[in-house]
Design a protein around this ligand. Structure first.
Ligand code: HEM
Length: 498
């Protein structure tokens, strides 16, 4: 055996098979039976352990974004942003930080085709010297809804019908049409992405990423700046048209995972540029949209893209289960120098990810090697299921005169912006639901405009979409652009659906 392949764990360096407890397995081929034809004896502990282990191989898949592929690499700062943020990993050009990235589709299961029309996840974990930082974004810059209260219903509508397990357009269009404050507004803008060519990226390497929410950068003096994050792929953005997707997906339902893996194995390392848009929070009321509204982009003419760094993925996963299935990204995981905003959707996400991960991976999921910080860390959390941390200290309480570990010095100011207001359950004041969707559609060339019109009409032509739902949607699209609305109406009329 090649000594370099021997792993430190004693479970792996035996030259012969063993049980999990290390007992030699003297026959890994045949069960222990009474006579050559059986029955099998319960005392065949090795057999039972082997089957029991196999029976438990699957863990709950992610409730969304179950299908994905991960890769590792580094992020390197190329431009000075230290005037904007005290984030240590952004402290100076040239600083490199290891990362793991997971790309994903959203709606369908762990083994579903990677050619489906669906948003794509773009999640990056930076292993910084001041703890991990997770930028958990998507390949589209806006989101369907503004308030996490609607997220479970939205996901139910997009997921397969619970009766038939078939994804059905009428359920999506029904849900969204019933929620004008989120559907035609929030989702509307998003649908000009999802039902556009951008709805099926060629693969993971050729897609952009976005932080989607507005976050805060906080500098050493405590000054806060609103920020939007953009990942621009060096090899360019490319998409599959619907008929191409059928062919690619028919040939290989894992084409994007294979493309990523093969490119990295061949040394053709994918690379993205991290760009930011920034805004002074004092200006937040000056526009016809709310800068914290996750259904809106910030016009690049007003907020130009500024380069920050580059990310290179130069290492494939060592083990798909360990690195892809057990990795846990969470938008709440930030570092000093980066802050949340009052975006309601972001606030909901701050709760939801760690909650689902405690369920999906167990309460000690952050001790798993792929999730653990790579900087010194210390707290009094202990025990719990599958706690693999070796702790030999006697002081597991704070404060203590026997423990020199103290509160961290404040390495960066936390947000000091004052908060006030009554308890409310309302929508935001400045919804402006249609302008950006219409502008986006008008920016397409005629062939691309027509493809969007056809895809919308296809969804609304679902026999279970009622006339009411169709009329509501034609009204929404007409408010985005009168020509867009009338062209969709004409398509539906041509099919006898309106
Ligand atoms: C995954 C919830 C909105 C991007 C997930 C997961 C949950 C979730 C529960 C599974 C996590 C896991 O099992 O590890 C929510 C909620 C949202 C929301 C409640 C709204 C309130 C968004 C938005 C984005 C996004 C706006 C993009 C900016 C992602 C990504 C993943 C994910 C990329 C997959 C992470 C991975 O690769 O493991 N989300 N999500 N989600 N979500 Fe969201």
């Amino acid at each position: 055996m090649d000594p370099s392949k021997v792993r430190p764990s004693s479970a792996y360096n035996s030259p012969y098979w063993t049980t999990n407890s290390g007992a030699p397995v003297w026959n890994n081929n045949n069960s222990m039976t009474v006579g050559p034809r059986g029955p099998i004896l319960l005392e065949d502990y090795h057999l039972i352990e082997k089957l029991a282990q196999f029976d438990r191989e699957r863990i709950p898949e992610r409730v969304v974004h179950a299908r994905g592929a991960a890769a590792k690499g580094f992020f390197e700062v190329t431009h000075n942003v230290s005037h904007l943020t005290a984030a240590d990993f952004l402290r100076a050009p040239g600083v490199q930080t290891p990362v793991i990235v997971r790309f994903s589709t959203v709606v369908h299961e762990r083994g579903s085709p990677e050619t489906l029309r669906d948003p794509r996840g773009f999640a990056v974990k930076f292993y910084t010297r001041e703890g991990n930082y997770d930028m958990v974004g998507n390949n589209m810059p806006v989101f369907f809804i503004r308030d996490g209260m609607k997220f479970p219903d939205m996901v139910h509508a997009f997921k397969p019908n619970p009766k038939s397990h078939i994804q059905e357009a009428w359920r999506i269009m029904d849900f969204l049409s019933h929620h004008p404050e989120s559907a035609h507004m929030a989702s509307f803008g998003r649908l000009t992405f999802l039902l556009d060519d951008a709805g099926i990226p060629l693969n993971y390497r050729h897609m952009p990423g976005f932080g989607v929410h507005t976050f805060k950068l906080i500098n050493r003096a405590g000054k806060e700046t609103y920020v939007k994050f953009h990942w621009i792929p060096k090899c360019g953005e490319k998409y599959l048209l619907d008929d191409e997707a059928v062919l690619v997906g028919g040939a290989n339902h894992s084409h994007a995972t294979k493309d990523l893996y093969d490119a990295i194995a061949a040394g053709d390392y994918p690379e993205w540029t991290l760009m930011i848009q920034t805004m002074d929070p004092a200006d937040e009321d000056k526009f016809d949209f709310d800068p914290l509204d996750v259904t809106k982009t910030w016009p690049e003419s007003l907020f130009p893209l500024q380069p920050v760094g580059r990310m290179v993925l130069n290492r494939n996963v060592d083990n798909f289960f360990n690195d892809n299935e057990q990795v846990a990204f969470c938008p709440a995981i930030i570092v000093p120098g980066i802050g949340y905003t009052d975006d309601k959707l972001l606030q909901t996400r701050i709760f939801s990810y760690a909650d689902t991960q405690r369920h999906r991976l167990g309460p000690n999921y952050l001790l798993l090697p792929v999730n653990a910080p790579r900087c010194p860390h210390h707290n009094n959390h202990h025990e719990g299921f599958m706690n693999i941390m070796h702790r030999d200290e006697e002081i597991n309480y704070f404060p203590s005169r026997f423990d020199p570990v103290r509160n961290a010095e404040r390495v960066a100011a936390v947000s000091t912006a004052p908060l006030s207001g009554r308890r409310e359950k309302v929508v935001i004041a400045k919804e402006n639901n249609f302008a950006q969707a219409g502008a986006r559609w008008r920016s397409f060339d005629p062939a691309r405009q027509e493809r969007l019109v056809v895809r919308v009409a296809d969804m609304l032509a679902d026999p279970r979409c009622t006339q009411e739902i169709r009329r509501i949607w034609v009204g929404y699209w007409s408010q985005a652009d009168p020509q867009l609305g009338s062209r969709i109406a004409a398509k539906l009329q041509g099919r006898g659906c309106l």
